[in-house]
Write a protein that binds this ligand. Structure first.
Ligand SMILES: Nc1ncnc2c1ncn2[C@@H]1O[C@H](COP(=O)(O)OP(=O)(O)OP(=O)(O)O)[C@@H](O)[C@H]1O
Ligand SMILES: [Mg+2]
Length: 372
């Protein structure tokens, strides 16, 4: 991934310039705000979005800035759920609809801009799937840009895999497979069911949000791209994404394919299995990049047990773990055309998620036990 550049707190590289394959917007420069009350309707017009008359375009509601400010008690710091490249995310209760929301406020000095805001609203307006987060509404008042999503009570997968706060239990094997299978189904919807098909480009653990019962939903579609059409095999874009998740050929050539998402999915699956971060600068040099650490271990099944997250304390099925690693290996092939299509990944992971592991019945793997 030689030249792949990353900046900012979210390790995302700068998306500020124009993509060739994207419809042109008149708002390329982040600072070039157009002071109109409904900037979004202007942006949408430029993107030629039309409702198809068959109910395929679900309209997000329009919120006023005042009601979102009231919902978050004026964006009080203790309502803040986290912060990413787009800006801060607050929990808020919107009385009008009597629903908890996660409200994302665009940071005007941040890494992302109106383009990501518009792509997010458009993608989620067209999409409808149980494994994609729901966009309830947005606010595009003056130069304010806010997004209101359904609130996901268990936060992101990242919060449950890495740096667990004191008292939080590690995810068990069955839950990990459930999350992997659900995330794969969300991606399958984007690749195979949406019209036009969409390349997600931002698959990573912090973008997999968890609802009740650890039901996973993909979020953050600001970088999504319409996939290649006709005879084309790829779309040419400026390289964007998150360091550690980006497919090597995309990082090197800017040629984006559905298989770039499959690679990112392989990284996420490997994080789920190993409990390690895609990039971890606190580890020794050779272990900082998860895929680089794992590749030599992939060669021999004897190495597989040492790859499994020690926090599982040996409570995982040997066969299931081998199969899960085998899926990750396929997704992480250097050659994009050797990676599986998402439908095959879904079939394999649905099967693994259906095979429930019970430590009371099945053997606990002794070698990876850690003292409690
Ligand atoms: N719908 C939601 N419900 C509950 N929490 C959320 C929701 N959306 C985001 N969050 C929380 O806010 C945090 C920040 O999310 P955000 O998507 O802005 O950044 P990120 O995914 O960490 O980084 P990036 O900007 O690179 O995608 C998440 O890690 C999650 O904990
Ligand atoms: Mg995110």
């Amino acid at each position: 991934m030689g030249f792949f550049c990353c900046v900012g707190k979210s390790n995302k590289n700068n998306p500020a310039d124009a993509d060739k394959a994207k419809p042109s917007l008149n708002v390329n420069k982040k600072k070039n705000w157009i002071s109109k009350d409904d900037q979004l309707s202007l942006d949408v017009k430029n993107l030629n979005l039309k409702e198809d008359g068959k109910g395929n375009c679900k309209r997000a509601q329009t919120f006023t800035f005042a009601e979102l400010a009231a919902a978050t008690r004026n964006f009080r710091p203790d309502c803040c759920l986290g912060e990413g490249g787009f800006g801060k995310v607050y929990k808020g209760q919107l009385d009008r609809i009597n629903q908890d929301l996660a409200i994302k406020q665009l940071d005007r000095n941040g890494l992302q801009g109106i383009r990501e805001f518009v792509v997010e609203v458009l993608t989620l307006s067209l999409a409808d799937h149980p494994n994609l987060v729901n966009l309830i509404g947005f606010c595009a008042e003056g130069d304010q840009r806010l997004l209101g999503y359904e609130y996901m009570p268990l936060g992101s997968l990242e919060n449950h895999l890495h740096d667990l706060p004191c008292g939080r239990r590690a995810l068990d094997w069955n839950t990990r497979m459930k999350i992997a299978a659900g995330a794969a189904r969300g991606l399958e919807y984007l690749h195979d069911k949406m019209k036009p098909p969409v390349i997600y480009r931002d698959l990573k653990c912090s973008n997999i949000l968890l609802g009740e019962g650890y039901h996973p939903k993909l979020s953050d579609f600001g970088l999504a791209k319409v996939g290649p059409s006709g005879d084309k095999t790829h779309v040419s874009t400026r390289v964007m994404g998150t360091y550690g998740y980006c497919a090597p050929e995309y990082a090197m050539t800017g040629q984006l394919t559905f298989k770039s998402d499959i690679y990112s999915f392989g990284v996420v699956l490997l994080e789920i299995i190993t409990g390690r971060k895609a990039i971890d600068q606190t580890k020794p040099a050779k272990q900082q990049n998860l895929v680089a650490w794992a590749r030599p271990l992939f060669k021999d099944r004897k190495n597989f047990p040492q790859m499994i997250d020690p926090l599982l304390q040996g409570q995982y099925p040997v066969r299931g773990s081998y199969q899960a690693i085998a899926i990750a290996v396929m997704c992480l092939q250097e050659q994009p055309n050797l990676r599986p299509v998402i439908a095959d990944v879904v079939t394999a992971l649905n099967y693994l998620a259906s095979q429930k592991y019970d430590p009371g019945i099945h053997p606990v793997q002794g070698s990876r036990r850690i003292p409690s």
